[in-house]
Design a protein around this ligand. Sequence first.
Ligand code: FES
Ligand code: FES
Length: 160
Amino acid sequence: MTIHRISLTINGEYEQVDVPSEMTLLQMLRDKLALTGTKNGCNAGECGSCTVLLNNEPVNSCMVLAVECQGGSIMTVEGLAQDGVLDPVQQTIMEHGGVQCGYCTPGILISARALLDRSPDPSEEDIREALVGNLCRCTGYLRIVDSVKDAASRQLALTN
Ligand code: FES
Ligand code: FES
């Protein structure tokens, strides 16, 4: 087994990690770095529960090799809150009851954050499109979509 030492930034912290060639980003996050907020729902690129940002773009971390992240920047759900203050997408999903079992939630939060970063005032269609790769078996999506709309409004209010 070939081991590679990779350097990358994870949630703003510089890290060096030794990873086997075949290790996925999801495995590295959970098994090497104990960042277990990122969930393994299908390990096949179908459910979105493992979504993280790689260089500011949402990716299914089960479908990315850790070695591909050399020099990159990763954000996981653990990186959303800043100085103990929840990200608006975290705050509103709680308030709207958009979490039931919670398994999909970390991936949904990351996809929502990516959406609001590129599109601060999204339409409902934009929100549904951004979340199309994040499957939720519990909530029916309505509360999640409402929570992202609310997060966008709060964020816009802060910047205006
Ligand atoms: S665990 Fe990666 S897409 Fe389902
Ligand atoms: S809250 Fe259970 S899968 Fe979404």
